[in-house]
Design a binder for this molecule. Structure first.
Ligand SMILES: [Zn+2]
Length: 250
């Protein structure tokens, strides 16, 4: 890990000790993340803290990183943010150079698709490469792989041949979802590349008998289908409850 990141992680430890008192300091993981703007997130999961800092803020002075640590940890515990921390942080992001970089990012977003193949739990690129080796002899050329922006439940995966893209529902990027389920969804979409749509008499055929036969070659075909059938409703309910909880807190 870079020295900068371990220094930043120390700030979070310090902030936890000061803000959260005697409670044991959780394990802390900080990384820079290619958010478009100046966004940062902090999450507590299973006694681990995940911090994602906007990539554009990589060059902030350490004093500002420290102030930001105190701001984010205070927010995590819904405590009042110290005015000094706010001031130090705000002054540091108010520089022209940073503003210009954010503007450039926003402009670039219009041109290129910003994709996130690496989720919180599963990396779609890693899954794709693994499946490609096992089932396709490495012959499928890698499309753009991305988690969807929204947690959708009706559609778990989508292949867009015009844009050479496979999108997987972010609802599956969860520790509650077994890896073979994510693999199965990616595998299904890869089969759409392997079996291109057939146009016959003005109709489109996607899931041809050959497609369905190949789909059953997946080692955990039955497990994955039955997991989706029995668990998707629960997953959806949990996400809805989480959302409701978040809204009530605001
Ligand atoms: Zn399909």
């Amino acid at each position: 890990m870079s020295e900068q990141l371990s220094e930043i992680e120390n700030f979070y430890r310090e902030a936890f000790q000061i803000i959260n008192g005697k409670a044991p300091t959780p394990e802390i993981k900080v990384k820079f993340y290619p958010y478009i703007g100046i966004n940062h997130t902090i999450r507590l999961r299973e006694k681990k803290v995940f911090v994602r800092l906007a990539e554009v803020c990589r060059d902030l002075p350490l004093a500002a990183q420290r102030a930001l640590a105190f701001i984010l940890v205070a927010k995590l515990f819904r405590k009042k943010v110290s005015p000094q921390a706010s001031e130090i942080y705000r002054a540091s992001i108010n520089n022209q150079d940073l503003r210009e970089r954010v503007t450039a990012n926003k402009r670039a977003r219009g041109r290129k698709i910003i994709t996130t193949a690496a989720g919180e739990f599963y990396d779609l690129r890693e899954i794709f490469r693994h499946l490609n080796q096992i089932y396709f002899d490495g012959k499928i050329s890698e499309p753009v792989l991305s988690w969807s922006a929204q947690k959708t439940f009706r559609i778990l995966g989508h292949h867009d041949s015009a844009h050479e893209t496979i999108v997987v529902s972010r609802s599956l990027d969860s520790k509650r979802v077994p890896k073979y389920v994510v693999e199965f969804v990616v595998f299904h979409e890869m089969l759409h590349i392997f079996h291109p749509t057939i146009h016959r008499n003005g109709r489109r055929y996607n899931h041809t008998p050959a497609f369905r036969r190949d789909e059953q070659q997946f080692a955990y075909f039955e497990e994955a289908e039955s997991w989706i059938e029995t668990n998707l409703k629960n997953l959806k309910r949990d996400v809805r409850n989480e959302k409701r909880k978040m809204e009530n807190r605001r």
